[in-house]
Design a protein around this ligand. Structure first.
Ligand code: FMN
Ligand code: SF4
Length: 625
């Protein structure tokens, strides 16, 4: 019997039997071209199907031109979508998984200009900063028809079922929510009226696809905003929607992307606990007897997934980032090789982070994600060589692993007595502990792959001469920098790595001068606060932490405000003067001023690439080196 008997048991959703209860939840991939799947996207989903997941929810398809396919979103406005979707469905089916089409309309939650935006009411949307007009009766009818037509096209393309997006602050939730629905006609006011448009959409889709096809919704079981839809109201709304669409399943999520904190909570970054909405799923399951429940959100491993099904919180478990990190998670878990699963550590960096920069998603722990078409499984090297990797941080470990898996003889030399490089240090900072899982996993994989490891050994010319490699990969990373600030070398000035190691100030007023606007300064500020310091973060940028991924930004802002960490944006620190004074230049006017009274300063500056050791011929450079 499988170690996870509930998760890996076949189960029915409507009239369709899935090979197990693990679902890849819908997500934008930033892949695709002109609103349709491309070779990259097809290879991405095919890899997840091959990895053993039961059901794939395709990234959402926009059903109408008033919700355009920005940032790589799929579109399904006309029949031209069908052949491209069909190729994708075929690639997934070839590996025994099922795939549902996921239909959505963003309403006001988009940057679609110059298209006029449609919503329940003329309410300003926070995330994209746009305002829509209130839809009239003809527009409502047009969108109802568009959802039904898109559902039909998905079936024509061979999709096995349909999901409609009623959550996350998109159009259908804009009608459901009292925050965004201010209408006084039959589509606004009472709960039944606010549910009318979504119910019409669901009834039309069901009529279009027939009774046999599995059909469900994704929705927010709590909007997680003061004055918004709460769990009690959603428990009353859900039965209305189930009835309208004769739904087979409910995919329970939460939140509204128009609010930073609500958005963060349903895409939880590192530092937040697992399974935050399991109780919401349980409560929804109780009001929808006979309807299957899918629930995901930070259910990072198969043990917890199995437990949630066993406890009756949900019927199917959704995973998104864990399957972005490792498409083979189901197969490995089923085979009892859970230690071989690349863990998702909720860093947000290469999935959400890349998507928000307009690039296709990938994963910090798995560079092949999103590049399955270019880098199919490790192929054996034509001529195995002896490869020496210098440096056991993330880049060196990955390079050594890939080389070993391709059949090369690999020696990894690391000066420290442990793997991880600066990431190991980062993992000891407040709220950053999950990085340790990724380091431990890669270390275990190095051993499995047969890499010869020399820890606590400095790679010098003598060692390299003795090893006599064919190739040398330099992965020595970067040393902490101090930027270009006069007075940075004084004893009251520190770097983040010193603070995290516990060698920084233990109290008093401390300025963190951030030259990167990324995590090192933010985590250092938390560590200083924990050590009893009163902290001020200084940056020349308009926002402290402005290069953080949006969920990490929100997480850190909440921590800063909760802990009373002060922020001083718009100012470049040009010099540090005794005693405890920062010379600051306004980023716009150039006006100079002094901020005095600090006991210490910490400079969070970009790292400086370490030079290769003398006398060594390097053939490849990876990471920050
Ligand atoms: C890169 C990325 C894009 C996403 N885009 C969508 C989306 O378009 N629609 C949606 O309903 N959920 C989207 N999600 C949310 C996921 O489906 C899931 O609910 C969320 O990531 C939490 O689950 P997890 O902890 O298993 O990743 C996205 C997630 C990621 C990582
Ligand atoms: S980039 Fe980070 S959050 Fe995204 S899937 Fe990989 S480990 Fe998880």
């Amino acid at each position: 019997m499988s170690a996870f008997p509930h998760l890996f048991a076949p189960a029915r959703i409507g009239r369709l039997t899935l090979r197990n209860r693990l679902v890849l939840t819908g997500h934008g991939t930033g892949m695709g071209r002109d609103g349709g799947p491309d070779a990259r996207m097809i290879a991405y989903y095919a890899a997840r199907a091959a990895g053993g997941v039961g059901l794939i929810m395709l990234g959402s398809q926009q059903v109408h031109p008033t919700s355009p396919g920005i940032t790589g979103l799929l579109t399904c406005y006309d029949d031209a979508a069908i052949p491209r979707l069909a190729k994708l469905a075929e690639a997934v089916h070839a590996h025994g998984a099922r795939i549902f089409g996921y239909l959505s309309h963003m309403g006001s939650a988009t940057t679609a200009r110059p298209v006029a935006l449609w919503s329940a009411s003329a309410v300003h949307e926070q995330k994209y900063g746009e305002a829509a007009h209130a839809m009239d009766a003809a527009e409502i009818a047009e969108i109802v028809t568009a959802f039904a037509a898109a559902a039909r096209r998905n079936l024509a393309a061979g999709m096995d079922g349909i999901e409609v997006h009623c959550g996350h602050g998109l159009l259908l939730q804009q009608f459901l929510s009292p925050l965004t629905n201010r209408r006084s006609d039959s589509y606004g006011g009472s709960l039944e009226n606010r549910a009318r448009f979504p119910a019409e959409v669901l009834a039309a889709v069901r009529a279009a696809i027939g009774a046999e096809v599995p059909f469900g919704i994704r929705f927010s079981a709590d909007e997680l905003i003061e004055g918004g839809l709460d769990a009690a109201e959603m428990r009353r709304i859900v039965p209305l929607l189930v009835k309208a669409g004769a739904l087979d399943y409910l995919d329970v999520s939460a939140g509204n992307d128009g609010d930073l904190v609500s958005n963060m909570l349903h895409e939880p970054p590192m530092g937040l606990p697992p399974a935050p909405f399991a109780d919401l799923a349980r409560a929804i399951r109780a009001v929808a007897p006979g309807v299957s429940v899918i629930h995901g959100t930070r259910i990072p491993d198969t043990a917890l997934a199995d437990q949630l099904i066993a406890e009756g919180a949900t019927d199917f478990v959704g995973m998104c980032r864990p399957l972005i990190a490792d498409p083979e998670l189901p197969a490995k878990a089923m085979q009892g090789r859970g230690d071989a699963v690349t863990p998702c550590v909720a860093c947000e960096q290469a999935c959400f982070g890349r998507l928000f920069r307009g690039r296709h998603i990938s994963c910090v722990g798995n560079p092949r994600t999103g590049r399955e078409a270019e880098w199919p499984a490790e192929t054996p090297a034509a001529m195995p060589r002896h490869v020496v990797v210098i440096g056991g941080g993330p880049a060196g470990m990955e390079a050594a692993l890939v080389a070993a898996r391709r059949g090369h003889r690999v020696t990894l030399v690391e000066a420290q007595n442990a793997f991880g490089g600066l990431l190991r240090l980062a993992a000891t900072a407040p709220t950053r502990g999950e990085w340790a899982q990724l380091i431990a996993h890669k270390a275990a994989m190095l051993e499995q792959a047969g890499v010869a490891v020399q820890l606590g050994r400095v790679a010098d010319a003598a060692l390299l001469a003795a090893l006599a490699p064919d190739d040398v990969v330099l992965a020595t990373g970067a040393a902490p920098g101090r930027g270009d600030i006069a007075g940075a070398d004084q004893p009251w000035v520190f770097t983040p790595d010193q603070v995290i190691r516990g060698e920084g100030p233990r109290g008093g007023r401390v300025a963190v001068i951030d030259l990167e606007d990324r995590m090192p300064a933010a985590a250092t500020a938390l560590a200083l606060h924990q050590a009893g310091c009163a902290v001020t973060i200084v940056t020349r940028s308009p926002l402290v932490g402005q290069r953080l991924e949006i969920q990490n930004f929100t997480f850190m802002m909440r921590e800063f405000f909760r802990r009373g960490i002060e922020q001083l944006p718009h100012h470049a620190c040009t010099a540090l003067e005794q005693p405890g004074t920062l010379l600051l230049r306004n980023a716009y006017t150039g006006a100079m001023r002094r901020a005095a009274g600090f006991d210490a300063a910490v400079i969070a500056a970009p790292g400086v690439a370490r030079p290769p050791p003398a006398g060594i011929v390097v053939t490849h450079v990876v990471g920050d080196a």
